[in-house]
Write a protein that binds this ligand. Structure first.
Ligand code: GRG
Length: 296
């Protein structure tokens, strides 16, 4: 498959995820008032929907097709991811005013609204998994997977460690802990949820988990490189913030060239984890390579 096909497939999946998100919001009467307006603002912004796309592909790789449970799971992980960005931008956290090329949620509205919008999206994600997945056993597994990756055993722990690392010297081990938890586990969760929705066998689930963790870490290394080399316009968020905040990053520890080598190695390891799937995992191989070339 050519790179152009991959980009088309990513945007097709992003559109699918956007449609599911729109449908879910339209179906809920709580979305009539101000919170509805905020949800619309943050969810209609231009997210790449990589995590949602990964859920759909994870399901497709193990079962040959995308099913409705995978679509619901894709919407759920994008809600949790969007909550994390809203809260990350708050003054008490990373303190940023631009997100997805627009004023951050607390700038467009206010801080209290942004906190509540994040809380609302996080809760709604679990509500849709519990109510809209058509099999109780699958729903429980999806809830457990998402809670484990986004909560105190994953993203929340990584975020706290990240905030505490500011102005400390830091080691590569510490950096890997932060990014594995803050970023990579949500990527792992995406393919894992797809695998669960598609009825994966144990070995298939484990291979996809390994793949997800590697591309997630690779994505973060690329993010650190872009923070140094990209512009705010291109990134849709403020560039150059890591250095200003005195954060340890891959470029600060390994240099730009060393960071690029690390990203390539992670992409190779991700592809290796897909060994047993053969041709049907081609799109996931393409994604691992595309992450190395991303510009936003
Ligand atoms: C508030 C508990 C809590 C956690 C926040 C995700 C996160 C943790 C912070 C975001 C900081 C950041 C910029 C991390 C780099 C990697 C990353 C998650 C980038 C944003 O993901 P993209 O590029 O965003 O997929 P879009 O907007 O395309 O969805």
């Amino acid at each position: 498959m050519q790179q152009r096909d991959f980009k088309e497939r990513l945007s097709e999946n992003a559109e699918k995820v956007n449609n599911v998100l729109r449908g879910i919001l339209a179906d809920r009467n709580l979305i009539g008032g101000e919170l509805g307006e905020v949800f619309k603002y943050v969810l209609e912004a231009e997210g790449k929907r990589i995590r949602g796309a990964l859920v759909l592909w994870g399901c497709e790789v193990v079962s040959g097709q995308v099913n409705r449970n995978a679509e619901i799971a894709a919407a759920a992980i994008e809600m949790v991811h969007t909550y994390s960005l809203i809260h990350d931008d708050l003054p008490a956290m990373d303190d940023d005013e631009i997100r997805r090329g627009k004023p951050a949620c607390h700038i467009a509205f206010d801080e209290a609204t942004a906190i509540l919008a994040g809380d609302g999206l996080l809760t709604l994600a679990f509500e849709i998994l519990s109510k809209e997945i058509d099999d109780a056993g699958v729903a429980i597994k999806l809830v457990g997977q998402l809670a484990g990756s986004a909560g105190p055993a994953g993203m929340v722990a990584g975020q706290l460690a990240d905030l505490q690392s500011e102005k400390t010297k830091g080691s590569e081990e510490q950096l890997e802990y932060i990014h594995t938890n803050k970023t990579a586990k949500m990527f792992q969760c995406s393919v894992a949820m797809g695998a669960i929705a598609g009825g994966a066998k144990r070995g298939e689930y484990e291979s996809l988990c390994e793949y997800g963790l590697k591309i997630g870490l690779g994505f973060q290394v690329a993010d650190d490189i872009l923070d140094v080399s990209g512009s705010s316009k291109q990134l849709g968020k403020t560039a150059g913030k890591d250095e200003k905040a005195g954060k340890i990053t891959y470029p600060s520890l390994l240099g730009i060239e060393g960071s690029k080598e690390r990203a390539v190695k992670l992409a190779e390891e991700a592809v290796e984890a897909l060994g047993s799937f053969g041709e049907k995992a081609e799109v996931l191989r393409q994604l691992a390579k595309a992450l190395l070339e991303r510009t936003r």
